[in-house]
Design a protein around this ligand. Sequence first.
Ligand SMILES: *Cc1c(COP(=O)(O)O)cnc(C)c1O
Length: 696
Amino acid sequence: MRRRALPALDWFRLAAAILVVTIHTSPLSSLSAGADFWLTRVAARIAVPFFLMVSGYFLALHHWQHLRNFLGRTLLLYGAAILLYLPMNLYSGSFSSVGWLRAVFWEGTLYHLWYFPALFWGTLLSWLLLRLGNRCALAGAIFLYLIGLGGDSYYGLAARLPALKQGYDLLFSLTEHTRNGIFYVPLFLLLGAQGIRLRTGTALTGFCLSLVGMSAEAFFLHSLDAQRHDSMYLLLPVCMVFLLALLLNGNRCRSHAARDLSLLVYLIHPGCIVAVRVLARLTHSWDILVESSLPYFAAVLVLSLSAACLLYRIRPLPVNPKARAWREVDLGALCHNANVLEQAAGPGCALMAVVKADAYGHGARVVARALFKTGIRTFAVACLEEGIALRRAGIRGCILILGWTSPEQAPLLARWRLTQAVADTAHGAALSRTGYNVHVHLAVDTGMHRLGIACEDVEALAALYRLPGIQVDGIFSHLCVSDSLEGRDVSYTDRQVSAFRTVVERLKAQGISPGKIHLLASYGMLNRPEKGFDYARAGIILYGVYSDDSPVCFRPDLQPVLTLRARVAAVRELASGESAGYGLAFTAVRPTRIAVVTIGYADGLPRDLAYHGGQVLIHGSFCPMVGRLCMDQLMVDVTEAKTVQPGDTVTLIGRDGNAVIRAERVAEQCGTITNELLSRLGHRLPVVALHQSGRS
Ligand SMILES: *Cc1c(COP(=O)(O)O)cnc(C)c1O
């Protein structure tokens, strides 16, 4: 018969947690005092040493590398438990301020919470003892345990010697128990760390015999009335060595559920004890529910287990955003760019951060919040939904919607205090008729012939300023060939600029105050640094990239903000002549290693990238794409990059080591501009914000 894989250690954790509940509910007390003494004061005393030994076992298994994490986690749990039981502490009003300090640092703030400070200090002490070598550490821990024993079950005997009694009385003026981080914890932790293995028969016999021996020891001490407490026995460590060896033999796998449930039961059962008692009072069933010990134990146990199961099911399980494919956004670089561009715009001209299309694929929430923090108060988006999303992200100030919004949506524009660009005279009139007093900027068409009121029609513009029902806060136009330095285009831009200036002058001449005036977008700022406007609408260059590599008049010191990464899902070997992918579009001409990468065209990558020399970076080296890009995956040739393994990080845009793939280059390969490439990066890619600049 095949042996099933048992998570013996984790299952026993759950059993040990139930034993702790036993200690605090005395299930047999109304049946037999002797039986209850044996169960709760002897047998159940293996529970806490077991937890300590498992901790020692796993710490040693990983060569104590996880010590910091372990201590941090212990403190975190302890902190959470203190908060959890704070209402009970306050209700019982049990501590003075000095008492609180002592409780928090040493004794635990509720009866079962002594375990966490003990574990913390005991683990630190064990680690220090181990500096002396394993044997010395063990000897030291045994010595400490013996001292602790004298203050626990053996106190009555130890106290017969006056010198010892004095010593212990001094000790007890400092600490209530000796089952703490100094005397009790190190021995069990270090015994666990030994990972002693025994044959199952030996371990079982040893455990049974030492348990019988420990029971005899306990009843003997009890009969002498020697016990001050009953946490420590001479035979307890012996018993525990056999128990751990027994469980290690049966331990074939892990059970995270059992491990977490045991911790939860341990943490919450005192709360459940209170709940059962309150319930018993309210339902007048004190006699059955509390006075009879077995139903009392059962009620507390069932409640603790149910509450633990519920908490286990709803515990937070965060998804790692870097598990498949993601966008890394360097907020340091973003703020640097905003700064540089604001300087470039000159005095009196503020930056209007264009964060449409999810901030050009960088994640509008993260980007807008970072810019808002640096002091930017004017944002531009393309549509109503984007504007509302920014408001929901806590962005205040002006949010201008550059695209057309149906006048039916005027209530939303008003509610979210969004500013709407007026697309033409009819749009403005329709907005005014809604009666929602929408804030607007007038778009002026100076030659692009997209949106806007014709620049020749000054009367129409002036009429819009006078319309009731809309509030005109500004006027703007858009340049359509400012990215070109060719003579014909430059003179077209000249005519656009002067047409816009003329419109503004003529409005002013009619006594109209035009509000905020803005014209330049990214390429206007780079190629036509005009003065005299209130805003510069920076889009693509805010993200540290150019639309393409064509020449510009002025190259500010910008840093790319976005890095696009994915992971290697699998590595495949192809023999010479074998083909791969849809349409078998790739055929190996030599033995080839192929890595499958976890990103595809549904994430926004252009599907023809693989045909046009697309590459990725793995371990800082270029690897060419092969075959057809799939919806969710792509393949690269890693024959040269021999160490590539599943799980490795793949860079599609950005830096990896000394190598860089520029967004401009990828866009050019696919015959487009970075604006399109980046703005298509899909919502399936989580945004990971980096807070320090990537620049070294
Ligand atoms: C998108 C857009 C911008 C920003 O353009 P960039 O070239 O990315 O700076 C500015 N103004 C208007 C009207 C836009 O539509």
